[in-house]
Write a protein that binds this ligand. Structure first.
Ligand SMILES: C[S@@+](CC[C@H](N)C(=O)[O-])C[C@H]1O[C@@H](n2cnc3c(N)ncnc32)[C@H](O)[C@@H]1O
Length: 223
């Protein structure tokens, strides 16, 4: 799918090694290059704007599946105090470290390789929780979003593929590619209504959102 959501299948959904196979150091280098040359993608930029409009001063951020860290780095530049990034793939670390160094943010970022679903105790809560292009890479969206919401004290913003013919076709093509290469990885177009229902069950209510051709995001607040 355009935008690069790739990965994660049922049987092996929580094995970090499976994510390393898809989210490789080559993928990390490409993401870092694009970030340096073009900045955040359109959806990430809108997610940052949503959080900034809600009020960011001094807030802590937890980014789940943040890759090289472009999104939480921008939140730090805009006034967040500290960020924790949790990832399943180990391949991003060197690129993420370079980017943090270049931006002078290293002391304000903590990076962990952990699955918030299977090891929730290892992941700290934060004022703001962000997941950009992550739920589409995880089969058990209810477990992932539930764990994420439980860690979000004020707001949670997440992006996901729009549920339409175009994205379904793109996902089908991407999954076909994985099947041909005999990989277990699959991508998912989860139901937006079902995802929002999970967040509501965990006390998070949608207040904003946006979409482009492929991606949609929803910003929620707790209460
Ligand atoms: C398509 S990449 C997106 C990376 C980054 N957010 C971006 O937009 O460039 C999806 C990422 O989510 C991570 N991921 C998927 N499920 C996760 C989970 N349960 N906990 C932490 N990271 C997860 C994967 O390892 C992968 O790096």
């Amino acid at each position: 799918m355009r935008g690069g959501c790739s990965t994660g299948h049922m049987a092996a959904c929580c094995d970090p090694g499976e994510y390393d196979v898809v989210f490789t150091s080559k993928y990390a280098r490409r993401t870092a290059k694009s970030l340096r040359e073009s900045g955040l993608d359109d959806t990430a930029a809108k997610m940052v704007d949503f959080v900034t409009e809600q009020g960011l001063d001094g807030a802590t951020v937890l980014e789940i599946g943040g890759g090289v860290g472009g999104l939480h780095s921008e939140l730090l530049r805009r006034g967040a105090s500290r960020a924790t990034n949790v990832e399943l793939s180990t391949a991003y670390e060197s690129e993420a470290a370079n980017l943090s160094d270049e931006s002078g943010l290293t002391d304000r970022v903590n990076r962990l390789i952990v699955d918030v679903v299977t090891d929730p105790g290892a992941v700290p809560s934060a004022d703001i929780v962000v997941l950009h292009r992550v739920v589409c890479c995880y089969p058990d969206f209810a477990a992932l979003l539930g764990a994420a919401a439980d860690r979000a004290r004020q707001m949670l913003v997440f992006s996901y593929p729009r549920r339409r013919l175009l994205t379904r076709a793109g996902t089908l093509g991407e999954n076909l590619g994985y099947a041909i290469r005999r990989r277990d990885f699959r991508v998912f177009v989860h139901s937006p209504d079902a995802m929002l229902a999970v967040l509501a069950d965990h006390g998070h209510w949608p207040v904003s959102g946006g979409q482009n051709t492929w991606w949609q995001f929803t910003g929620t607040v707790s209460g």
